[in-house]
Write a protein that binds this ligand. Structure first.
Ligand code: SAH
Length: 233
């Protein structure tokens, strides 16, 4: 009995190692073909995306598709963004080691993990409770101790932790929530998909310099909508 268990372990262990190697190779190819070849050169972002196991952030049945050039469903009508969009938004924030970052729209937790590889701390808010709980457990299991997940409406930001060096919003708004602009540090960067038409939103980069707000249109994108919790009276 013991012998067959032992045999089984000896047989399965190399298979598991091979599977890990495969995913690592898929990540390298993803970074080269989907990111570098399309003009993403920010090394900390590329390194993080070579490292974070994206296949562990998607539903079990979609693992093999995790490194494809596409967004994927994660349940509750939400999606994990396409790798290129994650990389683009991350690099536009110009994240640094000592930074404190706020994310609105935790989803699977993948974007938070990519940022957590680069910066000091990530605060992320998810409005759909089961997604938030799942992402919190997943990030903990994978050892991302520098990410804190809050369940709630991200419209109000995270005042107790403000101000932030960078803010990333991964759901589309019609109008940028003022609390997020207020919670941006001097010199800080906010990236957010904005616009009224679901099939066409504009990724906007907001910067704060000497108290003034500057807006740049960056890239046309598709994003799931930013939703609101009904305020209690
Ligand atoms: N960054 C995610 C992708 C998230 S998709 C990832 O890496 O997987 C956008 C997410 O924003 C969804 O999970 C959606 O539920 C969430 N969301 C939408 N409106 C929100 C709000 N007002 N506050 C917080 N999260 C919100």
């Amino acid at each position: 009995m013991l012998r067959s268990v032992f045999k089984c372990i000896i047989f399965i262990f190399p298979l598991l190692l091979i599977a890990q190697e495969d995913y690592s190779a898929m990540r390298k190819t993803m970074v080269k073909e989907q990111l570098q070849q399309r003009g993403i050169f920010h090394n900390p972002t590329l390194d993080a995306m070579r490292k974070v196991p994206r296949h562990l952030f998607v539903p079990e049945g979609l693992k093999e598709s995790a490194y494809r050039d596409t967004p994927l469903p994660i349940g509750h009508k939400q999606t994990i963004s396409q790798p290129y969009i994650v990389a683009y938004m991350t690099s536009e924030l110009q994240p640094k080691k000592k930074h404190k970052v706020l994310e609105i729209g935790t989803g699977s937790g993948y974007q938070a993990a990519v940022l957590a590889e680069i910066v000091d701390s990530v605060y992320t808010i998810e409005i759909v409770e089961p997604l938030g709980i799942e992402a919190r457990d997943r990030l903990k299991r994978l050892g991302y101790d520098n990410v804190e997940v809050r369940i709630g409406d991200g419209y109000h930001g995270w005042p107790e932790q403000a101000p932030f060096d960078a803010i990333i919003v991964t759901a589309a708004v019609e109008k940028i929530p003022q609390p997020l602009i207020d919670q941006l540090k001097e010199g800080g960067r906010l990236i957010i998909p904005v616009g009224p038409i679901p099939e066409f939103r504009m990724l906007q980069l907001i910067t704060k310099k000497r108290g003034k707000i500057f807006t740049e249109n960056k890239l046309a994108v598709r994003f799931v909508p930013f939703t609101r919790k009904k305020e209690k009276n």
